[in-house]
Design a protein around this ligand. Structure first.
Ligand SMILES: Cc1cc2nc3c(=O)[nH]c(=O)nc-3n(C[C@H](O)[C@H](O)[C@H](O)COP(=O)(O)OP(=O)(O)OC[C@H]3O[C@@H](n4cnc5c(N)ncnc54)[C@H](O)[C@@H]3O)c2cc1C
Length: 678
């Protein structure tokens, strides 16, 4: 399965060993588990593991490792693990339970995920993910996660994009929150037992590598400003995604790339950095002073229909406020997803839906002031559900008032919190008028390269959840991030890390008074001191916004070689300016949010350049990554077989000098063909 690397570009001939077990796909994980080395319970008590990040990935890993008996030190920069970005997840989590009896299976979830990712993910990992998906639901139900249920008590499911079955488990529009409370409770049990030492408000700022192995981290106590050394036999990063490199995204404000980037600089290859998911249903940008975008969950596409007016006159009248969307009759509406993709309709994958929205808006049909919005309309669903409820309850199903009342009631039960959020932000009632939505940066499929064991190219350094390059290829299907994070943390890493740690049963405590820790700590302190003493003219946000603009305009939904080359030069120049001219108020040794932000933006300014470099190198369109030079006659993404690989970048002093390694992807169980949703 493994790569041998050749390319005309700056590439290396080092083989990336993805360590995929031999044997038939469906048996790999079972055989692997049967044959790995185990650590006996008494020895586990002598082994320390650092877990950075306590979102769904890190939280589930920390709880499980502690339950197994390892001594876990867990870190997060928030004041509580409960505030990890995972809490924002709205729509649901996938699992191949086939509760609906609608044809689902492990294979089908595997197939949908590989196809959804535009054939740019690793078969063996994705199959394992599909396989363990069912365990996740059982585990979470046992923890008390309140998944939505049907009348008879069975767990309910809904559909997400890119699939023809209903396999998404959900808890209203707050699935992430409920799942995180489950993981957090499991962690707390271990904190109570003394098996997890929790370091809230601590930010990891470097990985310490000793004798070629990850043996610790440097973290800053964000409250006191103190820089601390922590050692362990292995380090796990579950530090989330880097969508905020675009400045505006649906991610939590604090989400950042620092942990992964610092690991990259210590030898962990960064895979597919340019793979970002642009989510089709977000509240559109409203102006220059915005620092955050808000997602409207994909679950809404189960019932919402997406459209723009067919006629330009109507578009202009809507923009000028002379017409309301509800004034436009059905025959004058272009339900463009239903028109272009009749088989999947409004439930095409995110990349397809995003590109189609952009296409309509670029053609001038955008319905808001900026011309960058389309409608997401619930009127048909309200009518359908209203009639059904009226019928069930013995009311007149032809009375529009009754139908509307009942229909809105059903919609409220399903999506009430999302509708409320929309109304609060936009000040329009989405039960009465269609929502306006537009694509926004949401998730990053790129991340640290990991092998089948979830280990990076630095021995003993693991990466899980959104922070790794993951199982999603060039496009993640909805409700698969929670699945992957929890699969990694509850069911995969606890096995794979044991195999590695079995070599460490006689190592003893890892000392922190060594030159490697000295050097890493000095690095961190030097950067902090430089930033706080710089006294430049511009705020951190000034630079972050500029970076975001370059990223969105030149490395966003549509990219071309010229724009990407410009972006590389512009980002490098902006980085230089940042270090010369940034101003960070406050002092070093106390709580200083601006200083923490400055450290994160410094890393984004390096990642951004690698991102553009990776996008330039990838001369194909895959998933949402639309290289304008590579498209079909119908304007669809054009994949190229010669790019069927994972791009894994090795750090060589600067992003410019990064060296590309390729993990060639082989598909033995799935036929790679045109990715059609028609
Ligand atoms: C609005 C929104 C809705 C979503 N809805 C869904 C959905 O319905 N279904 C779905 O499957 N996916 C959804 N996603 C995606 C999903 O929520 C995320 O991909 C997933 O929660 C990431 O989990 P994680 O554990 O990998 O990282 P996170 O939850 O981001 O956690 C990162 C952790 O790392 C810590 N951390 C980071 N850097 C450092 C550092 N340097 N030092 C110390 N700690 C650090 C943080 O404190 C935090 O604890 C949604 C995403 C968004 C933005």
């Amino acid at each position: 399965m493994l790569s041998i690397i050749t390319s005309t570009k700056k590439t290396s001939n080092m083989a990336l060993d993805s360590k995929i077990p031999k044997g038939p796909l469906a048996d790999k994980w079972t055989n692997y588990k049967n044959n790995i080395n185990l650590v006996n319970p008494a020895n586990k008590r002598n082994i320390d593991v650092i877990v950075v990040g306590t979102g769904l990935a890190g939280g589930s890993a920390a709880a499980t490792l502690a339950e197994l008996g390892y001594n876990v030190k867990a870190f997060c920069f928030q004041d509580s693990p409960r505030r990890a970005h995972s809490i924002a997840a709205q729509g649901g989590i996938n699992a191949a339970k086939n509760y609906q009896g609608d044809g689902d299976s492990t294979y089908r979830l595997f197939y949908d995920t590989v196809k959804g990712g535009d054939y740019r993910s690793r078969e063996a990992n994705v199959y394992r993910l599909a396989e363990v998906s069912a365990n996740i639901i059982d585990q979470c139900v046992a923890q008390g996660v309140p998944f939505a249920r049907e009348y008879g008590g069975y767990l309910d499911n809904r559909s997400f994009g890119g699939v023809l079955v209903s396999r998404t488990f959900y808890a209203a529009g707050q699935t992430g929150q409920q799942l995180l409370l489950g993981a957090y409770s499991a962690m707390n049990r271990q904190i109570g037992r003394g098996k997890i030492t929790m370091y809230n408000r601590h930010e990891m700022l470097d990985v310490v590598v000793v004798g070629g192995k990850a043996r610790g981290i440097i973290a800053r106590n964000l409250v006191t400003g103190e820089v601390e050394r922590h050692s362990a036999h292995a380090v796990v990063l579950g530090t989330g995604g880097y969508g905020n490199v675009f400045f505006l995204s649906t991610n939590a404000m604090g989400s950042n790339v620092t942990a992964a980037w610092k690991a990259h600089k210590r030898g962990a290859f960064f895979a597919n950095p340019c793979y970002t998911q642009i989510h089709p249903t977000c509240i559109p940008v409203s102006g220059e002073h915005q620092s955050k975008l808000t997602l409207m969950s994909e679950s809404l596409r189960n019932d919402g229909r997406i459209w723009v007016p067919k006629n330009m006159d109507d578009v202009l009248a809507i923009r000028e406020g002379k017409l309301k969307p509800t004034d436009i009759p059905a025959e004058n509406r272009d339900y463009y997803l239903e028109r272009r993709y009749p088989a999947f309709g409004n439930l095409v994958p995110r990349d397809v839906a995003s590109r189609a929205a952009k296409e309509r808006c670029d053609a001038g049909y955008g319905v808001n002031r900026t011309g960058e919005a389309v409608f997401l309309d619930f009127a048909s669903a309200i009518e359908r559900y209203g009639k059904e409820r009226a019928h069930i309850r013995g009311f007149d199903e032809n009375d529009p008032k009754i139908v509307k009342k009942f229909g809105q009631e059903v919609i409220k039960e399903k999506y009430g919190n999302l509708f409320q959020m929309y109304e609060k932000i936009v000040d329009q009632n989405p039960y009465e008028t269609p929502m306006m939505i537009y694509p926004a940066v949401h998730y990053t499929m790129g991340g640290l390269w990991v092998d089948y064991n979830l280990m990076t190219t630095v021995p003993g350094l693991y990466c899980i959840g959104e922070a790794n390059f993951s199982d999603h290829g060039a496009n993640r299907l909805g409700a698969s991030a929670l699945m992957q994070g929890l699969a990694d943390g509850y069911f995969v890493l606890p096995y794979t890390i044991g195999d590695y740690l079995s070599q460490d049963i006689r190592t003893g405590k890892i000392p922190t008074d060594t030159p490697e820790f000295d050097e890493a700590e000095k690095n961190v302190k030097d950067s902090l001191e430089h930033l706080i003493n710089n006294n430049g003219a511009h705020s951190v946000d000034h630079f972050h916004k500029k970076l975001g603009k370059i990223m969105w305009n030149k490395c966003g939904m549509a990219r071309n070689a010229q724009g990407l080359k410009e972006a590389i030069v512009e980002i490098a120049a902006l980085r230089e300016e940042f270090w010369k001219d940034v101003r960070v108020p406050g002092v070093l040794n106390e709580y200083n949010e601006e200083l923490a932000k400055a450290m994160r933006v410094a890393d984004y300014l390096e990642l951004g350049e690698l991102f553009a470099k990776d996008a330039l190198e990838r001369e194909e369109s895959a998933g949402g990554h639309f290289r304008e030079e590579f498209q079909t006659e119908e304007g669809e993404a054009l994949r190229r077989p010669e790019f069927q690989y994972v791009a894994a970048w090795e750090y060589k002093g600067t992003p410019k000098d990064a060296v590309l390694h390729k993990e060639e992807l082989e598909f033995e169980n799935i036929e790679v063909k045109e990715r059609s949703y028609k």
